[in-house]
Design a protein around this ligand. Structure first.
Ligand code: MN
Ligand code: MN
Length: 475
């Protein structure tokens, strides 16, 4: 037995090391980690678009007894502590509330995630025929590396509103028996010019055309017979005509299910984990909250990937309007000032994913300030780019409060930064909520291959993030 030296004791006392979650879980926690990841994969498979995510969130909330704000207004019911309420925003964003014992104007504890993900949208007039092949024109959505989207199986998800106003939901490519779609790539033998281009230019945006069919309609005297045959199939299946594409939102996403990754099954690979990793964990956490002190809010928004704009993004008035409705249902205590107080007194975890340290690309990440997958829920003081530009820089006092909360509740957490200084950068919805005066800090799951068709998360981090959001709601 060697005795610890004074220096060794001092080192343990004064220096800090982030923990690897796997080394700190007990047997029953390991079981919970793997069970949670099974639920997570099912969520990812069901929620490949913002609409599907919003539907699933509302479905699960209703199963847990949540009622809509409209139903409350209709029934002229006043809100009471413990009441579970949801508000839906145009089938693309949702807010879940568990009313606290304290008045809403004292502030809410909000976990805000986004449910849109990078993808490839169909153009409004997408279908054409070239060289006796039917193809679909597209316009990508969010930050994608275009070369990653060729030569892999793709599915088509979305809605179309027909001439008569009827809404049709479309999912092709997910069932075992469904066809899938592809964007073709060039064979290496003829790719000399392509391979000499910059990676950003090797595959172009206008070149992301989806192969959709190849059998001509059986009539000799026509042109564009392959296109006609495709239209005929779509007409038989959905009763649609070509003009119906103009009022459709059809999204191309990777086909297939989320999978375990690694021989030890420690990770999950799947599409759209930015930011459904945080949406799933926030949903699981709020659905387990019963009677919090402060009103708990799970906020799930759209359009983060293109700047949080539009009436379903965080920049819209949806959340503020919903809080106004709830305050109006609090014994007639509504005033503009009460709403402002409720917002200003709120605390937020801006729940978004970020890049975990990747040994394949050490040159872009500062190893001392990068999060690592498997080392827990990640707090991010600031994001932004070129000198923190455009970011929410969380206040020290608030960071201290969240850090204490996590430490007191045995949450394994780490601190992260998005890449090396001047390497690039990005943002989240944090700065938008911060405008109200709310305390906001970015806090979520580190991923590998962020924004790729398949992203990778550690099951340990999914579990820890759920636990972290839960103690925040209950604080
Ligand atoms: Mn994100
Ligand atoms: Mn993103």
């Amino acid at each position: 037995m060697s005795e610890k030296t004074e220096g060794k004791n001092l080192q343990e006392l004064l220096t800090h090391k982030w923990r690897n979650s796997w080394e700190h879980f007990n047997e029953s926690e390991i079981k919970d980690v793997f069970e949670t990841s099974e639920e997570y994969k099912i969520f990812l498979d069901k929620c490949k678009t913002e609409r599907e995510s919003a539907d699933e969130i509302i479905k699960r909330a209703r199963e847990e007894g949540y009622i809509s704000v409209e139903e409350l207004i209709e029934a002229q019911k006043q809100i009471e502590p413990g009441m579970k309420i949801y508000a839906a925003n145009k089938n693309k964003a949702v807010a879940l509330f568990v009313i606290g014992k304290e008045k809403i104007e004292k502030g809410m504890n909000i976990v805000g995630s986004h449910i849109d993900a990078p993808r490839i949208d169909l153009k409004q007039f997408p279908l054409y025929e070239d060289s006796e092949l039917a193809l679909l024109k597209t316009h990508y959505y969010g930050g994608i590396k275009k070369y990653q989207w060729v030569a892999l199986p793709l599915a088509l998800h979305g809605v179309l509103i027909k001439k008569n106003g009827e809404k049709v939901e479309v999912v092709i490519g997910e069932d075992e028996n469904d066809p899938v779609f592809f964007i073709t790539d060039l064979l290496p033998h003829l790719a000399k010019d392509q391979m000499a281009k910059k990676m950003d230019e090797g595959i172009t945006g206008e070149g992301l055309n989806v192969l959709f069919g190849s059998i001509p309609y059986n009539d000799k005297d026509l042109s564009d017979k392959v296109k006609l045959n495709v239209l005929n199939i779509l007409h038989e299946k959905y009763g649609m005509v070509e003009e119906d594409f103009t009022s459709a939102e059809l999204e191309i996403v990777p086909a297939g299910k989320a999978k375990d990754v690694g021989i030890d099954r420690s990770m999950v690979g799947g599409y759209g984990q930015d930011d459904r990793a945080c949406a799933f964990t926030a949903l699981k956490a709020i659905l387990s909250v019963e009677s919090p002190n402060r009103t708990a809010v799970g906020l799930f928004v759209d359009k983060e990937e293109i700047g949080s704009v539009g009436n379903t993004g965080m920049e819209s008035m949806f959340f503020e309007n919903t809080v106004s409705e709830l305050i109006a249902l609090s014994n007639g205590s509504y005033s503009e000032l009460t709403v402002k107080r409720a917002l200003a007194n709120s605390k937020v975890l801006s729940a978004d994913t970020l890049a975990g340290f990747d040994p394949n690309y050490p040159e872009v990440l500062d190893k001392k300030n990068s999060p690592f997958i498997g080392k827990g829920i990640t707090l991010v003081k600031y994001t932004g780019s070129r000198g923190k530009g455009g970011c929410n820089d969380a206040n020290s006092e608030y960071l201290g409060e969240v850090r204490k909360l996590f430490n007191d509740n045995n949450i394994i957490w780490q601190m992260g930064e998005l890449g090396k200084v001047d390497q690039g950068g990005g943002g989240t919805i944090a700065f938008i909520l911060a405008r109200y005066g709310m305390e906001v800090v970015d806090c979520g799951v580190p991923l590998l291959s962020v924004h790729a068709p398949y992203e990778i998360a550690s099951k340990a981090d999914i579990y820890m993030t759920y636990k972290g959001y839960k103690v925040f709601f209950e604080a």
